[in-house]
Design a protein around this ligand. Structure first.
Ligand code: DGL
Length: 263
C-alpha cells in the first residue's frame, strides 16, 4: 500500500490539470485525486452562493472519502471566494490559486493584461490584488468564458482556431507587455495564446508557485522511485468522455469515474 501523501486537485473542468502537471513534475510520487465539477461548469458564470455551496460540499466529502492530506483549489474563480469557508470546514491545508498580478506587475514595463473568467475579473478580491500590487502599472481586464471552452475542446482533441483567438484577445493585443493567465484552463492553450499575442508579450501563470507551496507544506523531496495513484472523478458524465480519457491517459490517469454528492 502506498504511504504517500494524498493530494486532491479540484476545478470546474480540465483546467486544474495545468496545475496538476506542475505539482506532478515536482512530486511524482504523490497519490493524486482530481475532481472536476462539470455538472456546474462553467464556474465563471455561476452565482457566488451556489459556487461556495458546491465547492464546500464536493471537496469536503471527497476529502473524507479518500482521507486526503492536502487540497488544491486549482480554479481562480472558486479560490477568489471559497477559501475562507473551506478552510473553516477542513483541518488539512487548502491551497488556492489566484491571478498572478504581483509578479506580472513587477515584470511589466507598459501594462498588464488579466485574462480570466467573467466572474474573476469582477471579483472584489481581484480588484484588491490590483490595488495592492499594481499601483504603477495599468491592468487591462478581459473576462472570457469562450476561452475556457476552447481549452476544454483542445483536451478532447478538437482544433483551436487561431482566428477566433485573435478576435477574442483583440481588446488587449498591442496594449500590454505582460499577460496574466488568470484561469487555470489557459496554460493548456498557452502556445496558441502566445502565438496570437506575439512573442514580445510575457505570459504569467500561478502553476509553479502553487507547486512550490504544495511541496513546502508537505515538506518532502522529489522521488522518482515510487509511482503514486492517479484517479480522476467528475460530478457528471463529462462531455466527450472517450476523447477526454485519451488525453487523461497521457497524463497518467485512469478513465474518469463518477463522483456524486449524496445530499
Ligand atoms: N479553471 C477555472 C479558473 O481558474 C474556471 C473555469 C470556469 O469554469 O469558468 O478560473
Amino acid at each position: 500500500m502506498s504511504q504517500q501523501p494524498k493530494v486532491l486537485i479540484f476545478d470546474s473542468g480540465v483546467g486544474g490539470l495545468s496545475v496538476y502537471q506542475e505539482i506532478e513534475a515536482r512530486l511524482p510520487q504523490l497519490d493524486y485525486y482530481y475532481l472536476f465539477d462539470n455538472a456546474a461548469y462553467p464556474y465563471g458564470e455561476l452565482n457566488r452562493q451556489t459556487l461556495i455551496e458546491r465547492v464546500d460540499s464536493l471537496v469536503s466529502s471527497m476529502v473524507a472519502k479518500h482521507q486526503i492530506d492536502l487540497v488544491v483549489i486549482a480554479c481562480n474563480t472558486a479560490s477568489t471566494i471559497v477559501l475562507p469557508s473551506l478552510r473553516s470546514l477542513l483541518t488539512i491545508p487548502v491551497v488556492g490559486v489566484v491571478p498572478a498580478i504581483k509578479p506580472a506587475s513587477n515584470l511589466a514595463h507598459k501594462a498588464v493584461g488579466l485574462i480570466a473568467t467573467p466572474a474573476t475579473v469582477k471579483r472584489e478580491y481581484t480588484h484588491e490584488l490590483i490595488r495592492d500590487f499594481s499601483q504603477n502599472k495599468p491592468v487591462e481586464l478581459l473576462g472570457l468564458t469562450r476561452l475556457v471552452d476552447i481549452a476544454e475542446e483542445k483536451l478532447r482533441g478538437l482544433p483551436v482556431s487561431l482566428e477566433e483567438l485573435h478576435q477574442l484577445l483583440a481588446p488587449i493585443a498591442n496594449k500590454v507587455d505582460v499577460a496574466v493567465l488568470g484561469c487555470t484552463h489557459f496554460p493548456l492553450i498557452k502556445e496558441e495564446i502566445q502565438s496570437v499575442l506575439g512573442e514580445q508579450v510575457l505570459l504569467v501563470d500561478s502553476g509553479e508557485a502553487i507547486a512550490r507551496r504544495v511541496q513546502e507544506l508537505l515538506s518532502i523531496e522529489k522521488s522518482n522511485n515510487i509511482e503514486g495513484i492517479k484517479e480522476i472523478y467528475s460530478s457528471a458524465t463529462p462531455w466527450q468522455e472517450e476523447a477526454l480519457n485519451i488525453a487523461l491517459a497521457k497524463l497518467g490517469f485512469n478513465p474518469v469515474r463518477p463522483f456524486h454528492l449524496e445530499l
